[in-house]
Design a protein around this ligand. Structure first.
Ligand code: SAM
Length: 302
């Protein structure tokens, strides 16, 4: 008997998801795809929890609009411009799914193309249909604002007033803006220019140099968090974080790892294990709604 699975991702990560399936789910064969929507087929049930998907679950296949008979469901539209039937949109708007429940998801993949799937709503999922971002649009120097805001929301990060954040790759300052809004003190490290508004903030300090040049003497006090979003391969980022952890003892890390090369996929599980060995009790990876070819790694000591 054939078993079908679906994944919703961002189109930029379609290739990464396919590569992940090839390497880690060899029993799955690609069955159908549109940008950001992929289905796979297997001959036996598979534990399907890919990293490079916003949500992923069991696919119940393609249906005609008049065949959609669901009592509770969320509706996801692949393009914001699609116009679904009003009754379906109303049903989605009034349906609430709680953490731990199985979401029934009607996926509008084209103007007149519907698919039905189910996925378990986990504690780090956004409670929005198909996990579209729940962060409201703001004027920020970069989209990194949304990446850190989404990580904060998904993992319920315990950021506290006046905690000290070492932010690696801080320019132009989207993530700094979010951290400053949380009333944190930010030490931004980046050879590039910061946004003027961020530079002027009383709780922001800029070290204008590459993070490879950071030394113990740059820190008068320890830091509470290390946040990184540097556009370099994860191998370099992780090596430097390792070096920094020899003289800094943050209680948490929020790292954006760029996955421009699928060969870095193999690194991920080993990296999670390494951070656990270093005393971080909770280490998780998550593909966030605003991600492209990247993934967030969160490590918390408690
Ligand atoms: C994706 S952007 C960061 C966005 C930023 N976090 C924000 O919130 O606006 C990547 C940044 O990494 C910086 N970068 C690249 N190599 C670096 C290095 N060796 N040390 C520090 N920053 C570096 C770049 O200058 C660039 O500003």
């Amino acid at each position: 008997m054939a078993h079908f699975y679906f994944a919703l991702t961002n189109p930029e990560a379609d290739g990464l998801l396919k590569e992940e399936v090839k390497n880690f789910y060899p029993e799955l064969k690609l069955s159908y795809s549109r940008p950001g929507f992929l289905t796979f087929k297997a001959n036996h049930p598979v534990f399907w929890k890919p990293l490079f998907a916003r949500v992923a679950g069991v696919s119940h296949g393609k249906v005609r609009e008049d065949e959609i008979k669901v009592q509770r469901a969320w509706l996801y539209k692949r393009e914001a411009s699609y116009l679904p039937p009003k009754a379906l949109q109303d049903l989605s708007d009034k349906t609430i799914f709680k953490i731990g429940e199985t979401v029934t998801l009607v996926m509008m993949i084209g103007e007149d193309e519907y698919w039905i799937g189910e996925y378990p709503l986990s504690p780090t999922h956004f409670q929005t249909p198909g996990e579209v971002s729940s962060i409201l649009e703001v004027a920020a120097p970069s989209r990194a604002y949304y990446k850190i805001a989404e990580a904060f929301e998904a993992f319920d990060l315990p950021f506290d007033h006046q905690e000290r954040v070492l932010e690696l790759g801080s320019a132009p300052g989207g993530a700094s803006q979010f951290l400053l809004e949380q009333d944190m003190q930010v030490l931004g490290v980046d050879p590039a220019q910061m946004d003027e508004k961020i530079l002027k903030h009383i709780n922001f300090k800029h070290l204008r140099k590459p993070f490879e040049h950071l030394e113990q003497g740059d820190f008068s006090k320890d830091v509470d968090w290390i946040v990184s979003d540097i556009n370099l391969p994860p191998t370099i980022i992780l090596k430097e974080i390792d070096r920094l952890l020899k003289f800094l003892e943050p209680r948490g890390l929020v790292l954006t790892l760029k996955m421009n090369d699928p060969k870095h996929l193999e690194l991920l599980s080993e990296t999670v294990a390494n951070f656990k060995k270093k005393g971080f009790r909770k280490v998780e990876l998550k593909y966030l709604p605003s991600h492209r070819q990247e993934i967030a790694l969160i490590a918390l000591r408690s």
